[in-house]
Design a protein around this ligand. Structure first.
Ligand SMILES: [Mg+2]
Length: 271
């Protein structure tokens, strides 16, 4: 079945447009063709390490033309979770990368660097980062014991990497989940309600004119289904044909890769 024409295209990054820090063949051409056709293009990711500014710079250096406003990350969802008027009242203890801390601070949030200081954070934010230490996790754990709320940038257990899977935020959160201290976290990444709100902000609620293209059934396809948005699975990432066959809910479209989507769209444009 050929993909319909849409006005809003939401692309996942890892496993969809990128693999191991390189663009998948025709990813760049596809995005450029959609720009020529005056489509609105956005990029959705659960990536919890780089800020939108740095991520957009990295993507541009790979050859994707975009601005950071087109990136929908867990931090965009964090902005939805805390309405503007409440931002200044909250103090966050962030277990995550320096880039993410800087981005959160630049949005106007107050970050408490040391949980043990006099300032008492109201929330613990956790996002996977290679620099996370035992001390940070332990301080966060002390705060959860005091009843503070846990916010996860995503709930993904694993992150695909050319070397093998990386431990993602959902796996780290398991360290903080203890029979006597059940954090019951707020989750921000795909397919969460807060990420859905960040998508709605971009398509102005025009879900029938939108499509989500991604490689993950539990995040990309699930968020589309939750919002009534058509979905397109590509088989270049975490989902195999066998897994897809076993899955109850099926995406609207399935392609081997974005290359096939590009070739089809290009062909349609000549008709
Ligand atoms: Mg992906």
């Amino acid at each position: 079945m050929q993909m319909k024409q849409y006005q809003y295209y939401f692309f996942d990054l890892d496993g969809t447009l990128l693999m191991g820090g390189e663009l998948i063949p025709h990813a760049q051409e596809l995005i450029e063709e959609l720009y020529v056709q005056k489509k609105q293009v956005f990029f959705l990711t659960n990536h919890p390490v780089r800020s939108r500014q740095i991520l957009s710079n990295d993507l541009q250096s790979m050859g994707l033309r975009l601005t950071e406003d087109q990136l929908i990350t867990p931090i965009a969802a964090l902005e939805k979770y805390f309405p503007e008027e409440h931002k200044k009242e909250v103090q966050l203890y962030v277990i995550g990368s320096t880039m993410i801390k800087d981005e959160i601070r630049n949005l106007g949030f107050r970050i408490v660097e040391e949980a043990a200081s006099n300032r008492d954070p109201s929330y613990v934010v956790l996002g996977m980062a290679p620099s996370i230490t035992y001390t940070e996790l332990q301080e966060g754990f002390h705060l959860l014991q005091k009843g503070r709320k846990l916010i996860l940038l995503n709930r993904d257990l694993l992150c695909p990497n050319p070397k093998g899977y990386l431990i993602d935020t959902g796996s780290l959160a398991r360290l903080l989940d203890h029979p006597h201290i059940v954090p019951d976290p707020v989750v921000l990444g795909k397919p969460s309600f807060w990420m859905q709100q960040a998508i709605r902000q971009q398509n102005a609620g025009n879900c029938h004119l939108s499509v989500i293209i991604g490689d993950s059934l539990p995040s990309d396809i699930a968020i589309g289904e939750a919002m009534g948005i058509d979905t397109c699975l590509v088989l270049t990432g975490v989902t195999s044909e066998d897994e897809l066959a076993k899955h109850e809910q099926q995406p609207t479209f399935v392609y081997n890769s974005v290359s096939d989507i590009y070739l089809e769209i290009k062909e349609q444009s000549y008709v």
